[in-house]
Design a protein around this ligand. Structure first.
Ligand code: AP5
Ligand code: MG
Ligand code: ZN
Length: 214
């Protein structure tokens, strides 16, 4: 099963993608996580990506597309995958379509997690992330067992550099300009599904499962 998660920054794409990956036994592929891992390791790619991410801008398509294609070509993706944060532009979607088509395969669902802008800034300010294993928490909605410590790997949790309110506002603008058109794009392909992302995390996941199990 190949699934794309769509939605604004902070809509809960990552939260739901991790649950889908665990439930259906497919890898969770997040371009944002790949970039953050490279920033942490201080690679050339990380340095370049950081210069865009810190401003809330998109990393250029040339870089992003290559990273995504390399990742989905790995063996573990043969059984499918859930993409989180890719595609973010129409050209990125077209590259993915072409790659999938060349393998005689198809994307099964594009799930749009719908959350209005008003709710987003609030969510972002409470987000805490583990840079080591990628787990995400929220101080109110999904707190870790021990304050500021990852439940999975006991690492210290951090606030993402791009979660400052000014940067979040810019990410939202970029989302509306460049990423939201993908909703129509996948509607046109007949694979778009919508869920209300303002509900509780577990309720959103139930809604997603009923789509995937239908
Ligand atoms: P990326 O890491 O993809 O960030 P994003 O899309 O901005 O999305 P977020 O990770 O911020 O939000 P999310 O939807 O995953 O929400 P989450 O589940 O964490 O990208 C970062 C940057 O990398 C981009 O700005 C860009 O520069 C670059 N980049 C990445 N991919 C790229 C690409 N393809 N092309 C170009 N550039 C790219 O949830 C948010 C918070 O809310 C959490 O604290 C969570 O616990 C909480 N929460 C989740 N669901 C609920 C709920 N139902 N109720 C209450 N709280 C909830
Ligand atoms: Mg995310
Ligand atoms: Zn961790």
């Amino acid at each position: 099963m190949k699934i794309i998660m769509l939605g604004a920054p902070g809509a809960g794409k990552g939260t739901q993608a991790k649950k889908i990956a665990a439930e259906y036994g497919i890898p969770h592929v997040s371009t944002g996580d790949i970039f953050r891992a490279n920033i942490k390791e201080n690679t050339e790619l990380g340095k370049e990506a950081k210069s865009y991410m810190d401003k809330g801008q998109l990393v250029p398509d040339e870089l992003t597309v290559k990273i995504l294609l390399d990742r989905v070509a790995k063996d573990d993706c043969k059984k499918g995958y859930v993409l989180d944060g890719y595609p973010r532009t129409i050209p990125q979607a077209e590259v993915l379509d072409k790659a999938v088509k060349e393998l005689n395969e198809k994307i099964d669902y594009a799930i749009n997690v719908d959350v209005p802008d008003e709710n987003i800034i609030n969510r972002m300010s409470g987000r805490r992330a583990c840079v080591k294993c990628g787990a995400t928490y929220h101080i109110t909605f999904m707190p870790p067992k021990k304050e500021n410590v990852c439940d999975n790997c006991q690492s210290q949790l951090i606030i993402r550099d791009d979660d400052k309110p000014e940067t979040v506002k810019n990410r939202l603008k970029v989302y509306h300009d460049q990423t939201q058109p993908l909703i129509e794009y996948y509607k046109g392909q007949g694979i778009l599904k919508e869920v209300d992302g303002t509900k509780d995390i577990d309720v959103v996941f139930e809604d997603i499962k009923s789509i995937l199990n239908a």
